[in-house]
Design a protein around this ligand. Sequence first.
Ligand code: PLP
Length: 448
Amino acid sequence: STDLGGFSHEELAKIHRDHLWLHLTNHKLFEKQEPPIMVEGQGVIIKDALGKEYIDGLSGGVWAVNVGYGRESIVNAVCEQLRRLPYYAGSMATPPYILLAQKLASLLPNLPKVYISNSGSEANEKSFKIARQYFREKYPDKDKYKIIYRDRDYHGTTLAALASSGQRERKAKFGPLPEGFAEIPHALCYRCHFGKSYPGCNLECARALETVIQKEGEDSVAAVIIEPVTAGGGIIPPVAEYYSVIREICNRYEVLLILDEVVTGFARTGLMFGHQHYGIDPDIITMAKGLASGYMPISATVARKGIFDQFLVEAEDVSGYFRDISTFGGCAGCSAAALENIKIIEEEKLAENSAAMGKYLIDNLKELEELPIVGDVRGKGLLVGVELVEDKKTKRPLSEKLLAQIVADAKAEGVIIGRMVRSVPGHNNVLYTAPPLIINREGIEKIV
Ligand code: PLP
C-alpha cells in the first residue's frame, strides 16, 4: 500500500541510479545494492519504498526531526502561511518571521538579536561575518579576524564553515580553504590529546585555547566556535568545568564565544540548548536542524545586543551595517514551521523526555561496556555514541567493515543507527543514535 506517486519501486530505483547524486554517498555501492528510498513517517517510525518499517534512530539521518514525523500542526501552519503570503525577501519582515525572532529571544534572553538563514553552514558563516565586522567597526585600527575551532567539531559544508571544521577527512580534497582559522584539541577524555586523565588533567584541552590565541596573536583573534557537545566528530560531551575555562579565556582576550547548537539545540541533549548543561553565557549561538525539525529548511544566528549595536550606523554609511543577504533567509513558511515546532517541543515537554529517555538509553548501553569491543559509551540526552575497539588496552578502533556490518544488521532488524568512521589514524569508530525526542522506553530498548 506504499504510495510511490504512480511509479513502481524498480522505476524509481532506476531513475535514482540514472540521475541522483546524493550527499555523502559513494554511488558505486548502488551497482550492487538497491538505493534506499524513504517514503513515509509517523512518530519515530519511518517506512521505505519496499514497505519495510524502521525505528528512526537518527531523526531523519542527520539528527534533525526532533519532534518526530506526521506533525499535522506544522504542516498546517506552513500551508496557512503559504496561502496567505509565501514569500517576501528577508529585508522586509512577515509576521511569522517577526514572531520567531521574539520566540528565540525569549528562549535565550541574553541573545535577543536574531538573524535567520537556511542551513547550519550558513548560520555559522554569518556568525563569522558578524564577528569579523563587529571588531572592524569597534577597533578600526586592529585586525581581529581569526576564528579558532576545535578538532573533531563540524560546522558545515561551505568553504569557511569547512575551514572551521576539525574533521580533516572532510576537508582533504577541497583546498585551498579560506585562511584565518586555527585549531585547538578535541575534548574527548577517552582519547585525551594530552595523554592525561580527568580530573588530574588541569583541563589542558580547554586551556589550549589560550596557547593558540597567544600563538596567533591576541589582536588578531575574533572568535572561537565550538559545538557544546561534539556531534558528528564522535559524540563528545566535555567535562563539567570545560566551558568555564573557555569563557574565562575568551573574556580575557576579548574573543567572542560562538556556540554551534545546530545539533544540540531544541532539546536534543535534554535541555532546550546544549550549553545550558554547562551554565555558560555565549556571545553568539547558531542553530538549524531541530529549529523546524526538518519540516522546512531554516537556521538562525542569535547575538548579544551589544554586538548588534555595533552595526547601528548613520543612514549615509553604506558599509557599517551588516551587508549580508540570503534570498530565502527569513522565508515566511519556514518561520511558521519553526514557531509551531518550538511550540510542540515546549507543550509536550520534549526536553524532559529527551533527558529521561537519554538516561535510560545510556544506562542500558553502559551494560554493553562488558563486551570486549565496547570501549566507551557517552552522550547527553538523546545524542549518544558507542565507541568500538578491537582491543580495550590499545584502543585500536574496530575495523570499518565490522562497523558497517553492525549498522547493516541493525537496519535488517528494523533499526536505523549511524556510524562515524575516521580515516585519520588513531581516531574513533563510533556507532551513534539520536532518535526523535518523542521516543519511549520500548523504542529505546529496541535500539539498544
Ligand atoms: N553544525 C553542526 C554541528 C552540524 O552537525 C552540521 C551538519 O550536520 C552543520 C553545522 C551544518 O548544517 P547544514 O548541513 O544545515 O549546513
